[in-house]
Design a protein around this ligand. Structure first.
Ligand code: ADP
Length: 548
């Protein structure tokens, strides 16, 4: 830690909340620029909707969602239509304020007319979502899963999933929603921060009982009941990869803006918290993605009224310490050097003991309150400890020279690589990524995230998309119409111009116009290929002219 400023560059920068330091020119930062914005409820819902439009079957793990207030009329109309079609359909919806967390401001409704649109919390933009009425229950209780995912790199895409996670339980037996029980948060919401206040919350010293358990303990139970746990894991892996594929286009736009290609800058990695609900039939449903999942390994215990003490939480410790330890092992800058050295200097080295250079880590806590600061400090001390020892040995057992790391004694990695390992299966889904690459190419001035009218015209001209049926005047109208609508939704007023989602909408429009009879994903894929081909030809021509 560098409380009075940092003079030397670090290998790893561990920031508390978000990527915020533009004075880092090398090393690795544990946050991606724009991740917080990208996983907010509304932005995530939009990204998932785009993917659902392209690949409805592949993205059916995300509940149908509408954005409020702008899509309220659409929500009302769609629900009415579905009810007309199927009068026995008695849905429930969950309303979640954008930017909220820990269950804050969430409520359930049976009918669109129950949406609360007045009052300060209620008038916040929100997502309204189909409520999953038939979750899998354990001990008659609803629970969700928190899984930790390491996005190790954006380009090339590298994703790891922690083999174990947390299961967070409700504290009232579950009943399907009725008008009478809709408001019972301890029955319907699995948030730890809410249920901790229920008299029924059980802190357990064991990882397979109580109100917070390891996910592996649930899997054991399911497996003993004959459930196909292998299939469940494979569905979860697929959900995680598809979700990250939906997020990467936006992340790439932020990345090039904060860390322009060709200039010195750090690389990034990030631990994400995926919240997943299992349906009765074991289908995993994505609830949300957390950019800044809690890494607390203690919980508060009330010793006497009003007097609290932090006590270790074995279940949190078991899952979270492994995630941080192995994230550091994976991003360890000395790892590659060590591997090279092993090959060059010690061919056939067998005892697994290698010389290590200490890794410099800066832990920065942009936290809001003293309590967080305190935890962050403790975490940083733990980090140092694990890095030095590289294992779960106690301090007393530490070797005299902490420079020697018994690599072979480390527990096996808890993080499993899933991408690029399964890249082949999922690469056809990465269409919006390619649209984002076109968008970034025409952004022009580095450091921006929005495309100006000239950039959009250049894109159309270079890809030769205008013709007698689609004049440049029509191009300008398309740009103005879509940009104005997206900007009126009031997400980001800092810059003017066309944001990525608006460009994606315009691109889909152009694709539908050009390839009328194909399904949307084929229309978009065809237009991408055409654009990429024309741009490659243009580059070829320019090279020839350059040589001439
Ligand atoms: P927050 O960020 O405030 O925790 P979440 O989206 O995670 O918001 O929702 C809070 C809780 O509400 C979840 O942990 C889950 O128990 C419940 N929940 C959220 N969305 C749904 C849904 N679509 N169906 C059923 N339960 C849901």
């Amino acid at each position: 830690q560098f409380p009075f400023g940092r003079r030397l560059p670090c290998d790893i920068y561990w920031h508390g909340v978000s990527f915020h330091d533009n004075n880092i020119f090398s090393g690795q930062v544990n946050k991606f620029p724009g991740m917080m914005e990208t996983v907010r409820k509304i932005t995530l819902s939009r990204a998932m909707r785009t993917m659902q439009d392209l690949f409805p079957l592949e993205y059916n793990f995300y509940p149908r969602s509408w954005i409020l207030p702008e899509e309220l009329p659409l929500f009302v109309a769609e629900v009415r239509m579905m009810k007309d079609r199927n009068p026995s359909w008695k849905p429930t919806f969950i309303v979640k304020p954008d930017g909220g967390c820990q269950g804050d401001g969430i409520y359930l409704i049976k009918d669109p007319s129950d949406i609360r649109l007045t009052g300060s919390i209620q008038s916040r933009p929100a997502v309204v979502q189909e409520y999953i009425c038939k979750p899998l229950l354990v001990d008659k209780l609803k629970f969700d899963i928190r899984l930790y995912v390491l996005l190790k790199s954006l380009e090339p895409l590298e994703i790891y999933i922690a083999k174990d996670g947390l299961s967070r339980f409700c504290t009232e037996p579950y009943q399907e929603p009725t008008l009478k029980n809709l408001h019972q948060v301890f029955m319907h919401l699995t948030n730890y921060s809410l249920n901790i206040h229920s008299g029924n919350f059980i802190h357990s010293a064991s990882v397979n009982t109580g109100s917070k358990r390891t996910f592996s303990s649930i899997l054991c139970r399911l497996s003993s009941r004959g459930a196909d746990v292998k299939k469940l894991w494979s569905d979860i892996i697929s959900l995680v990869i598809k979700t990250i594929i939906a997020l990467t286009p936006e992340l790439k736009v932020y990345y090039q803006s904060d860390i322009p290609a060709g200039k010195p800058g750090p690389t990034c990695f990030q631990i994400l918290g995926f919240d997943i609900l299992l349906m009765k039939n074991l289908k995993p449903i994505l609830l949300e993605v957390n950019a800044n999942p809690s890494m607390r390994i203690e919980h508060e215990q009330e010793l006497s009224p009003g007097v609290f003490e932090n006590v270790p939480s074995p279940v949190d410790e078991e899952v979270k310490v492994a995630v941080i330890r192995d994230t550091l092992r994976l991003v360890d800058p000395q790892k590659k050097k060590r591997k090279d050295a092993q090959c060059l200097l010690y061919p056939g080295v067998a005892d697994g003991k290698l010389q290590l250079k200490p890794v410099k880590i800066q832990v920065k806590y942009g936290m809001k309150d003293k309590q967080h600061k305190h935890h962050s400090l403790k975490l940083s001390l733990k980090l140092k400890f694990y890095l030095k020892l590289g294992s779960c040995q106690s301090l007393e057992q530490a070797p005299e020279s902490s420079e020697e790391l018994p690599e072979a004694a480390l527990p096996s990695l808890c993080l499993k690589q899933v991408f690029p390992k399964y890249a082949k299966q999922f690469s056809y889904l990465r269409l919006v990524d390619r649209v984002a690459a076109l968008f970034i190419r025409f952004l022009g001035v580095k450091g921006t995230t929005k495309l100006g009218p000239t950039g959009f015209r250049t894109f159309i001209r270079n890809c030769k998309l205008s013709n007698s049926n689609f004049s440049m005047a029509a191009v300008d109208i398309l740009y103005i119409d879509i940009t104005r609508r997206w900007n009126s939704m009031g997400i980001d007023h800092k810059e003017s111009g066309m944001c990525l989602q608006a460009f994606v909408e315009a691109f889909f429009c152009l694709a539908q116009k050009k390839y009328k009879s194909l399904p949307l994903h084929d229309q978009v894929a065809s237009l991408i290929e055409l654009c990429e081909c024309r741009l490659a030809a243009l580059r070829g021509k320019r090279l020839v002219w350059g040589c001439g």
